[in-house]
Every structure is written in structure tokens, then in C-alpha cells.
Design a protein around this ligand. Structure first.
Ligand code: F6R
Length: 589
């Protein structure tokens, strides 16, 4: 939610262009507007360029310079206007501020500043930060840090001071990472690594309560509260540049869907000790609670079926609905949070609540260096690599594979599980053959003008249908509504008319006959029945055949949904990488 990027001592002497390129890599974090501030080489004042809309193919004619900051916005406070785009300046245009998060107490702070004569030119909470800093008499570093300490909420800020040619940044609850291109003595600040991966993979992820100063002389780290310098060691990530590039695919979404041909079995060789550790806790009768938001919550729900298959009872809650049930969490609870970004505000709040109840916490997370990673007792990084498309795909399947491995670890069958995941890896390639894609595109074309589609699934295909439907909604804006197959006859069947598209997600398992019986109820009302299953059936008018992988069949069933969503999105003129109104990591409540 909002992307921050800065370069200090830019080697090309064109810092604004470097920031523009970096922001394009962060556009997934928000695309309501974008803006850049540069300290020009030949002028004393900051120059700013701000625009509403996606940064996509945008250009800037900002002058050359060695230091610049930029921002891509997902609007929270203040509408989508040029004025509300970041960076925001103080009254004198001496400092520029970029911000990710929400300053919860900004009204109060703004009222006080206005009484002191500060002039505001936007409706944002962020601008308050610029004026607060301006209002302080101490050194700029101290002013930034003490201002930051006055803010409530989850925030990360970057401040560019034209006089000292320094970027000062601080973090509490929203991600910030520093990149070190030592060879060229240039430094970067970003909300995420892909913004500067082209230059360096040597990074330091700031922790909550830490601040940095970045100048051409180097990077200093501070404790925000005491103001004392801290030692730190950057880490070298094994991410490749291709991870942050489309590598020939028209969209990141399609690239990431295809990457699942490798990422699922990649996950299977990670976290083996941690999985055993978690399994041991479950054996010691810890009560399992799984949580997450959106796709991650569907992953948690699918995990519940896997755990049940091996005789373990668990509970799942969307993180944003967990509060009424937190009182049932105790010291004997194993609280598993699923998250791609590790920065989702609702998920972090749920984990914090579970911790205060004494629970043992586990993170199933894809991005590295996240807040969730630091909050939890046991971390299982699922290793799908950077997920740039807003819509989650490869992180979901890597997380689901990890939950599957956990269920098998409980049976002492982790090697067999790894083998099955390897087989799955081979089999899902069949979904991507030219013939299979042609068939999918034909089905997508036939659905382009529909307003509603319905999906049913039973048992583990129920969470699969939730995820399938979400992919369709996010990427194509088509109303896709999923139901547990057994729910149909309790009301929903009224919606079915002649030719209403109905997807039936099924596996060759104990639920097959029942789901087919639901399919025939839909057919009897005139529905167009499209099976997503490893078998043909007379109930289906059409079928997208998926590989028969037993309890892993939901993986290909879901991947079909990802692909169908992608092609529907293209056909309906949506931007598959940046669905309207969404942002990649939802760092606000
Ligand atoms: C859907 C999607 C969202 C996220 C949700 C949680 O494609 O991406 O529903 O799954 O916002 O995000 P993370 O997993 O980062 O906690």
C-alpha cells in the first residue's frame, strides 16, 4: 500500500529518472498517483513532479541531480488529485516527504500546525509530517525522528532535505529496505527490493523503531527513541534481476502463474526442520488456529482440510474477523498466520492479539524481512520469489504446499509428500500446453459478456472455489460467486437461469458423487455447466480437465482459475497486473 523509493548519489546524475524507473517496479503497491522530488545539480530548491494515474509509461522532465525521492500512491486520506500525490513539501519547500501508512492522529497535529500559521496544500495526512518537521528547531535528523515518534499508526516515511542532500527515513509498522550499491557508492531506499534489484541485492530491512540517514558518505542506522547509532550488517539476497522483470511475458501475473511450474516443488525442499518443529507442537496437543486475509485466508481454510485429513482439528478465521474469538486463544494455541507480504495490517493485528494471549506464533510468508517474520516465533518462508502482480498466485500455491507438507509431517510422511509435490510439478505443466491454453481462451471468450458466474466445490474444492472466484473477480471484474456445493439448495439456486455459467470444481474423491448431484441440480435449472475436474461426467456441458492428483488436485483446479481470470481480464480490457482499487500489500486496517 503505497510505494516509497529514493536514490542517493545517483551514478547516472539523473536521480529523477532512476526514481521513475524504480517506482515503476513498485506500482503494484498503489497506482492512484505518483510523484518525484529531486534536488537539481544547479539549483538550490527542490523540484517536484506529481501526477494522478498509473506510472506505467509515464515520463518526467525533472532536471538532473544526484538525489531524489518518489512515491506511488494508494489513496487513503484525500482524493486522487495531483495536490494529494506525494512528495509533500513544508511551507518553504526545503524538505520533501514520502509516506506509506496512515497517520492516525493527523487531524489533531494539523489543527495545531494551522494555528501556528502553516499553510497546507493537500488533504493528506502526510503533509502534516512535512510541516511538523519544519516546525522543529533541532537538527534535521532529530526533527525527523522526533516528528516520527509523535505519529500514531503504522507508518514509514522518507524525507529529502535539499540543504544536506540527505535522505532520512523511519519505520514503524510499514516496510522499508535500504539497498547498498557499494561498488558505485550509491544507495537506495525502498518499500520493497524490486525497486532497486537492478543495482544491488545487498540490503538491510529496517525494523520497527529504526531510522536511517543516507547520504553520499554512507548509511547510518539509529534507534528512533534514544537517537543512538546502531550497528548493522546488510544481507545479500539470492534474488535475481529476472525476478523483478517480466522476462518476455506481457504481464507479471502471467509470468507468476507460469512460475508455478517450478515454485511449488521449490517450496518442498524448504523449512523441513521448522515443519518438524511445528508438527511436534501439534503432537503436544497445541490447538491450531490458522488465519490470513483474502487469498491467504482461503489458503488457511484449505490447510484446515489437509490437517483434518490427518486427524488434526483446527480453526480458521479471516484475520479481520478474529477479534471476537481472540479470547479463546491461550498458551496452548499454535497460531499460524499466512501472508504473502507479511505486512497485511489485519493479519499483524491478529498475530499481536494472539501473542498477548500467550500463543505460539508461526508465519507462512513469502516476502522476506517482513514485520510478520519478526513478530512470530517460527517462520516458514515459502520461497516463491517476489510476487509483483497485485493478484496473488505463486505465493498462494507455495503456502498451500507448505501446509500440505505440515499435514504430512504429522504422519511422518514428509518424503512421500515431497515426492507427490514433485509429481504435481510435472503434471501441472499440462495446463500450459498450447492446446490447453487455446481451450481456456475459448472458454474465457465465451464468458466475456456475462455479468455473473457461479462456482461450487465440496470439501477441499470448497476453498479452491473461493480462491478461483476471487481470481476471476480481481482480474476481470466479473461477478463470480462461489458456494459450498451443499449450500445451493438452501437458497442460492434461485439465481440460476438458462445458460447461467456454473463452474463445478471437483476431485476424484469421496465428494465426487455429491458434487455431481449438485451439478445436475444446476443443469436442471438450465445452467451452463463447466467442470474443472480430472474426469468427464454427463453433468458437464464442457470440462477443463485437470490432472488427477488425489488430495493435490485442488492445485491444478485453482491454477485453471488463475489462468482463466487472466484471459478474462485481458478480454474485458482490465489491467491484469493492477486491478482497479487494489494494492498489493494492505498495510491499513
Ligand atoms: C488476492 C490477494 C489478496 C491478498 C490479501 C492478503 O489475490 O492478493 O487477497 O491475499 O490482501 O495479503 P498478504 O498475503 O500479503 O497478507
Amino acid at each position: 500500500m503505497c510505494g516509497i523509493f529514493a536514490v542517493v548519489n545517483d551514478n547516472s546524475d539523473n536521480a529523477a529518472q532512476t526514481v521513475l524507473k524504480g517506482l515503476k517496479k513498485l506500482e503494484y503497491r498503489g497506482y492512484d498517483s505518483w510523484g518525484i522530488a529531486v534536488k537539481p545539480a544547479d539549483k538550490p530548491a527542490l523540484q517536484v513532479d506529481k501526477h494522478i494515474g498509473k506510472i506505467g509509461d509515464a515520463n518526467t522532465d525533472l532536471p538532473k541531480g544526484k538525489i531524489a525521492i518518489g512515491h506511488t500512491r494508494w489513496a487513503t486520506h484525500g482524493g486522487v488529485t495531483d495536490q494529494n500525490a506525494h512528495p509533500h513539501l513544508d511551507c518553504n519547500g526545503r524538505i520533501a516527504v514520502i509516506h506509506n501508512g496512515i497517520v492516525e492522529n493527523y487531524r489533531d497535529l494539523k489543527d495545531k500546525l494551522m494555528k501556528k500559521g502553516h499553510r497546507f496544500s493537500s488533504q493528506t495526512d502526510t503533509e502534516t509530517v512535512a510541516h511538523l518537521i519544519e516546525n522543529k528547531k533541532n537538527s534535521l535528523k532529530e526533527a525527523v525522528f522526533s516528528t516520527f515518534n509523535e505519529l500514531t499508526g503504522s507508518n514509514a516515511i522518507g524525507v529529502l532535505d535539499y540543504q544536506s542532500e540527505t535522505v532520512i527515513a523511519a519505520r514503524n509498522g510499514s516496510p522499508l529496505v535500504v539497498g547498498f550499491d557499494k561498488k558505485n557508492s550509491q544507495y537506495f531506499l525502498g518499500s520493497d527490493v524490486p525497486a532497486f534489484l537492478k543495482y544491488t541485492n545487498r540490503v538491510y530491512f529496517l525494523k520497527d523503531g529504526e531510522g536511517v540517514t543516507i547520504s553520499k558518505a554512507g548509511v547510518n542506522l539509529y534507534d528512533l527513541y534514544s537517537g543512538k547509532r546502531k550497528e548493522f550488517t546488510p544481507q545479500v539476497l539470492n534474488w535475481k534481476l529476472e525476478d523483478a522483470e517480466k522476462s518476455g511475458y506481457p504481464h507479471f501475473l502471467l509470468k507468476e502463474i507460469h512460475e508455478q511450474k517450478n515454485t511449488i516443488s521449490g517450496t518442498a525442499s524448504l523449512n523441513l526442520n521448522e515443519l518438524k518443529q511445528v508438527a511436534d507442537l501439534i503432537r503436544k496437543k497445541y490447538k491450531v488456529v490458522l488465519t490470513g486475509c483474502g487469498t491467504a485466508s482461503y489458503c488457511a481454510l484449505a490447510g484446515k482440510y489437509y490437517l483434518s485429513n490427518v486427524g488434526v482439528e483446527s480453526q480458521t478465521y479471516p484475520a479481520n474477523e478474529i477479534m471476537p474469538f481472540v479470547r479463546f486463544i491461550d498458551k496452548k494455541t499454535l497460531f499460524i498466520a499466512v501472508s504473502q507480504s507479511g505486512e497485511t495490517a489485519d493479519t499483524l493485528i491478529a498475530v499481536k492479539a494472539a501473542k498477548t494471549r500467550g500463543a505460539k506464533t508461526v508465519a507462512l510468508v513469502n516476502a522476506r524481512g517482513s514485520t510478520l517474520e519478526r513478530l512470530t516465533d517460527i517462520v516458514l518462508p515459502v520461497g516463491a520469489g517476489p510476487e509483483i502482480a497485485v493478484v496473488s498466485t505463486k505465493a498462494f500455491t507455495a503456502q498451500l504446499a507448505t501446509l500440505y507438507l505440515l499435514s504430512k509431517a504429522l504422519q511422518g510422511k514428509i518424503s512421500q509428500a515431497k515426492q507427490k509435490l514433485r509429481k504435481l510439478q510435472g503434471e501441472i505443466k499440462k495446463l500450459f500446453t498450447p492446446i490447453a491454453i487455446k481451450h481456456l481462451i475459448a472458454i474465457a471468450k465465451s464468458l466475456l459478456d456475462e455479468e455473473h458466474i457461479y462456482l461450487i466445490g465440496k470439501h477441499s474444492n470448497y476453498p479452491a472455489s473461493l480462491e478461483f472466484a476471487l481470481k476471476i473477480k480481481e482480474t476481470s471484474y466479473l461477478h463470480a460467486e462461489p458456494f459450498a456445493a451443499g449450500e445451493l439448495k438452501h437458497g442460492v439456486i434461485t439465481l440460476i437461469q438458462k445458460d447461467t455459467p456454473c463452474f463445478i470444481l471437483a476431485s476424484n474423491d469421496e465428494s465426487k458423487e455429491e458434487v455431481l448431484s449438485s451439478a445436475s441440480q444446476l443443469k436442471a435449472r438450465g445452467g451452463r455447466i463447466i467442470g474443472i475436474a480430472p474426469f468427464e461426467a454427463e453433468e458437464f456441458d464442457e470440462v477443463i480437465k485437470t490432472p488427477d492428483l488425489g488430495d493435490l488436485t485442488i492445485f491444478p483446479n485453482i491454477i485453471v482459475g488463475q489462468l482463466l481470470g487472466y484471459y478474462l481480464g485481458i478480454g474485458r480490457g482490465a489491467d491484469p497486473d493492477k486491478p482497479r482499487n487494489l494494492a498489493k500489500s494492505v498495510t491499513v486496517k
